[in-house]
Design a protein. Structure first.
Lengths: 175, 87
């Protein structure tokens, strides 16, 4: 594997949120190849502290530790919560085409819905990534990408305004 | 024009697909055909990884599958190199 990695300027991993640790052996191969100019690990997950809060986040940090250990040139791209997971489902189903399958169910509404969330549109990730890996300033840095900062209250209001119907069947979650 | 040579792992996945689109749209990176080869190689690598698991390692059928997968992987890697050299 190390041999086949030689000659790349950049390696981007998008193995999946639940496959983070599969990258560990791959990082060993990158280290052995020795001439990869930039590795972008799969880490397109929301930011939170490590330590049992979000399993993919803990695994992601373990991957980062291995990158640092080998002193592999890197760029870590962090994202906000996906737009596609933030927009609530409407009873008529008229906006389901734009939602992630995970969210085709009654949405959860946390507290009063006033906390602002940093959001990233998943469809922008390619453009973000293309620009980031061509920018020398992003080498050995964490880069945060986002496109909106909105509260749930604001998002729901926008959906109701544009969709022309009330968001129903909300699961209220107290904080 | 010197193209930026990028290996994208997981290009058929949720986020990987979006990244592939963005890189292809940008135009500063290697052609999509090369990406496709890498995607196939990645899938084959995943099969090999699965075959290495404790549960499957002892299965006689998995030995045959591993052999076929390795051959395919080798052919795809060769094809990728050819595409690369043609850039």
């Amino acid at each position: 594997l190390a041999e086949s990695l030689k000659g790349y300027d950049t390696i981007i991993s998008a193995l999946g949120a639940l496959d983070q640790l599969q990258q560990l052996n791959f990082i060993e191969a990158i280290a052995k190849a020795g001439n990869v100019k930039r590795f972008v690990p799969c880490g397109f997950i929301t930011i939170c502290p490590r330590g049992g809060i979000l399993t993919p986040r803990d695994e992601k940090e373990e991957v980062h530790d291995r990158i640092f250990e080998h002193k592999i040139p890197y760029t870590i791209i962090d994202v906000g919560y996906w737009h596609q997971l933030s927009v609530p489902h409407l009873a008529s189903g008229r906006i389901d085409y734009a939602l992630h399958n995970l969210y085709l169910q009654p949405p959860k509404f946390y507290g009063g819905g006033t906390a602002k969330n940093i959001l990233t549109d998943k469809r922008d990730m390619g453009r973000f990534t293309a620009r980031i890996i061509q920018d020398p300033r992003t080498l050995n840095k964490r880069v945060f990408t986002w496109s909106d900062v909105l509260s749930q209250k604001k998002i729901f209001a926008l959906v109701e305004e544009v969709g022309g119907e009330k968001v129903t069947q909300i699961n209220y979650v107290s904080l | 024009m010197v193209l930026h040579k990028v290996l994208l792992l997981g290009a058929t996945g949720e986020t990987g697909g979006d990244i592939l689109e963005g890189l292809a749209e940008d135009g500063e990176f290697v052609s999509r055909n090369v990406f496709t080869c890498f995607v196939v190689t990645h899938i084959l690598n995943r099969i090999l990884a699965a075959l290495s698991s404790q549960r499957l390692r002892t299965s006689p059928r998995s030995k045959l599958l591993k052999s076929v997968t390795l051959t395919l992987s080798s052919l795809i890697s060769k094809e990728t190199r050819t595409l690369w050299q043609s850039l």
